[in-house]
Design a protein around this ligand. Structure first.
Ligand SMILES: Cc1ncc(COP(=O)(O)O)c(C=O)c1O
Length: 458
């Protein structure tokens, strides 16, 4: 099989194939917002589409490409492992690469977290963490936050704080309790019932990029400890340098009981994830030889994922990407705050490192308010398309809307971006914001038509 020729000969069928065999609704969405670019290559911070246009990737595969796309070191290591014909997944044995990656993760994680369980995804890590917390405490309740996103398998969905994902799936796991994010009183009230196995939280919430107040996580940790509840930090998105620290919990000197990692751990090449926990918690789950597979999976420790994880951690260290994320994040945040002062619909910039939310809100001036109300009446998710669509169409920058009904654009670039990428982004955003602040205008018209189209074809 010549895979390059196969791709080349059938590239023009991409959307037809997905419409027919995969997810036709996604294809429709991509078509109406003009995101159907048919990308053919990528490297570092750039994507290349079939028309040869270079796109600056400020989405990074939902945070998978912290080290940039197709990093040569990870690629070389993966090729080396394939060439070695390694003895992957023997199952009734353990492999050196999983041992080495576990050791590296334990070194990278907050002190005291040193027992590792490997997974194939973020959601699987969350499932594992919940199971471990239940088994280790003998309790069943799991406390989670409004707007939380921990993945979409049924257990993780049971602790998802967004109704659009939960609906049509209920009843979900019993005994999962929702509280507002950043609300210690609500947390204490639930914990004081002494029946909670775990409190699961994203240190910074991905849907909307909500950063807690400084006391929240340290106090949550203290309360959990006092009430015999384990703290699960879901760092699937915030981990591995994204927020300017190796793990976001470090901003607040918090050591959770269980830490979930995934997304960029393999440099974006291969599904991989891990739950990193304390030895005594792990030992309560795997507490006899009979129970050595008390929680397990088939692919978790596969050699390619483990090697990619090792190479990725090395890249993060060698290229000083954690520090780079902090420095570039601060530079980008400063530029965004400057822009926010000039545009009345930009209400807030929420940022840590290179995880940034641009919050839009109702304008004060009369004409813009008319446009704002009109769009929101049509569809509460439309407004941000007015920012993300022209960013791609006119400026070749890929970004995303941060979640349903939030009016937030999210910026999640590879940690390898440089100042000129940021300057280019800020210039483009300035231009897009200028257009968006003219009502009536062509940008409003485009998005209104999009709203009409979507409503007609729903
Ligand atoms: C914080 C968080 N947890 C869990 C998940 C689920 O990860 P996956 O899509 O790999 O299942 C995500 C994915 O976006 C996430 O952002």
């Amino acid at each position: 099989m010549d895979i390059a020729s196969l791709i080349k000969s059938r590239l023009n069928e991409t959307y037809a194939l997905h419409r027919r065999y995969v997810n036709p609704q996604l294809v429709r969405v991509l078509e109406v917002i003009g995101y159907n670019r048919n990308y053919t290559g990528a490297g570092g911070t750039r994507l290349l589409d079939e028309q040869g246009r270079e796109v600056l990737d400020f989405l990074a595969g939902f945070g998978v490409f912290n080290i940039g796309r197709n990093h040569p070191l990870v690629a070389r290591v993966l090729k080396d492992v394939i060439d070695m014909s390694s003895a992957s997944m023997v199952q009734m044995d353990v492999g050196i690469l999983a041992g080495l990656l576990a050791e590296a993760l334990a070194k990278a994680a907050p002190e005291g977290l040193e027992a590792v369980f490997f997974t194939n995804s973020g959601t699987e890590g969350v499932e594992g963490a919940i199971k471990m917390a239940r088994q280790a405490t003998g309790k069943s309740k799991v406390i989670y936050c409004d707007r939380a996103f921990h993945g979409l398998t049924l257990g993780a969905l049971s602790v998802n704080g967004n109704k659009e994902f939960r609906e049509r799936n209920e009843p979900l796991l019993p005994n999962c309790v929702n509280i507002p994010f950043n609300d210690l009183k609500a947390l204490e009230k639930e914990l004081s019932l002494e029946d909670a196995a775990a409190f699961i939280v994203e240190p910074i919430q991905g849907k909307g990029v909500f950063v807690p107040t400084p006391e929240y996580l340290p106090e949550a940790q203290r309360l959990c400890e006092r009430h015999g509840t384990l703290l699960i930090a879901d760092e699937v998105q915030t981990g591995l340098g994204r927020t300017g620290r190796m793990f976001a919990v470090e901003h607040w000197n918090v050591t959770p009981d269980l830490l979930v990692v995934s997304k960029s751990l393999s440099g974006g090449y291969i599904p991989v994830g891990a739950v990193v926990t304390k030895r005594d918690i792990h030992a309560k789950v795997f507490d006899s030889m009979d129970r050595c597979f008390a929680h397990s999976n088939t692919f978790g420790q596969n050699d390619l994922a483990m090697a990619a994880g090792l190479a990725t951690l090395q890249v993060i260290e060698q290229e000083d990407l954690v520090q780079r994320s902090a420095v570039m994040g601060a530079y980008l945040e400063k530029g965004l705050r400057k822009l926010a002062r000039r545009y009345e619909m930009v209400h807030e910039i929420r940022a840590r490192g290179l995880m940034i939310g641009i919050q839009f809100g109702k304008p004060a001036s009369l004409s813009l308010k008319t446009g704002w109300n009109l769009l929101h009446k049509m569809n509460e998710d439309l407004f941000c398309q007015m920012i993300t669509m022209p960013l791609l169409e006119k400026h070749q920058i890929l970004t995303q809307v941060a979640g349903h009904g939030l009016d937030t654009v999210k910026i999640l670039p590879p940690l390898t971006i440089d100042r000129s990428d940021i300057d280019h982004f800020l210039e483009a955003l300035d231009n897009v914001l200028m257009d968006a602040h003219k009502f009536p205008g062509s940008t409003w018209k485009t998005v209104k038509n999009l709203g009409l189209r979507t409503a007609r074809t729903a």
